[in-house]
Design a protein around this ligand. Structure first.
Ligand code: ADE
Length: 358
């Protein structure tokens, strides 16, 4: 089992990406980020910012299960990366007063990986599986009876001498997280009693995240600067936290260590992150569709090949935010750029003619 961990030490094991492959704006985590993220993760409902509808309903579910002394229902959280699905699983474990084991579907490649984890669980424990849409079919089939009736059927021996042994498991709660709820098989999805989407954060919520992080870093920040960082964080706390770190480095080196709006703008401009939080990849994507395909529609494979990005990054990271901003539209024939995106990038928008920069 390569990635199993009890909450504290999973941090260093997940990503093999180098910072170079991992620009500041992408919500994927580097090992460095993960150490930082983990050190500032909120641990309970009181310190968790945003996702209020989800939190309200979780509080009731948790209170009910405590009152009846029952294990929590299995939960599925979905939504774009960096919105706090892992953090939330940790918060739930803390609020329930139970341990959590954290792993991710790509680490559960062989049957023995998932069997090993299931057999190591304690009564009431939370098992968190990230990227659960990537579980293979065998792992999924092992999970079905484990989730539903808390047992495993294990076969030993071969052919005529094969024997099936039924192993009873402690009652546990599976929390699955995915960026692609639609890729989960129906039978797996049906076994979750609590399914909830995590939404992008608004700028007010992200400002609170920014101020909380600055405080934990022992850096002074004013309201305008916090809002500026928030508005360039593409609705994503993980990006906001990373930007606070970058801006605070800049403030320490180039200024008096305090973060104001001017310092924030200067350092974020150096990182080439624009007013909407778009980076060079987002802008290249939009510009390609405008300049080469007259605004679209154009297929994602063509876009990926032309700008040299992989399709998964475009689909999981760039697109959700560009769709949310209203810069990109998805149609059955491919992606189209909206008039707002033309304006934001300084192009003149006219429905039928070649597009030109102002
Ligand atoms: N850091 C990451 N997500 C957060 C959240 N929702 N609240 C506070 N800090 C966070």
């Amino acid at each position: 089992m390569s990635i199993i961990s009890d909450d504290k030490d999973f941090i260093n094991k997940k990503s093999t990406k180098t910072p170079k492959e991992n620009p500041v704006i992408k919500p994927d985590e580097t090992d460095n980020d993960r150490n930082f993220e983990n050190s500032i993760r909120p641990k309970n409902f009181d310190t968790y910012i945003g996702q209020t509808a989800l939190l309200d309903s979780l509080k009731i579910t948790i209170a009910a299960s405590k009152k009846r002394n029952r294990t929590l229902d299995h939960m599925l959280f979905y939504g774009p990366p960096g919105l706090g699905k892992t953090t939330l699983a940790g918060v739930i474990a803390n609020e329930m007063g139970v341990p959590i084991k954290i792993t991710s579907a790509p680490a559960l490649e062989r049957p023995r990986d998932i069997i090993g984890i299931l057999m190591s669980l304690e009564e009431g424990q939370i098992l968190f599986i990230d990227e659960i849409h990537r579980l293979n079919r065998i792992a999924e089939e092992i999970l079905y009876p484990a989730m539903e009736d808390f047992y495993l059927d294990m076969t030993t021996g071969k052919a005529q001498s094969a024997k099936t042994i039924r192993v009873t498991l402690p009652k546990f709660t599976l929390i699955g997280a995915t960026t692609k709820a639609g890729n989960l098989s129906g039978p797996l999805r049906d076994r979750f009693g609590f399914i909830h989407r995590l939404n992008f954060y608004n700028n007010e919520e992200l400002s609170k995240v920014v101020k909380r992080t600055a405080k934990l870093l022992d850096i002074q920040i004013d309201d305008d600067a916090a809002y500026e960082i928030a508005s360039r964080s593409r609705g994503t706390p993980r990006i906001a936290n990373r930007l606070v770190k970058r801006v605070s480095d800049y403030a320490i080196v180039k200024h008096d260590g305090k973060i104001n709006k001017d310092i924030t703008e200067k350092s974020l401009n150096i990182l080439d992150i624009d007013k909407f939080g778009l980076d060079i990849t987002d802008r290249n994507l939009l510009k390609l569709i405008i300049e080469k395909y007259d605004g679209g529609p154009v297929g994602i494979e063509t876009i990926a090949a032309a700008i040299g990005e992989d399709i998964r990054t475009l689909e999981d990271v760039c697109e959700p935010y560009l769709l949310q901003c209203g810069f990109l539209q998805r149609t059955p024939r491919g992606r189209k750029v909206s008039p707002q995106a033309y304006r934001h990038l300084g192009y003149k928008h006219s429905a039928s003619s070649q597009q030109t920069l102002f």
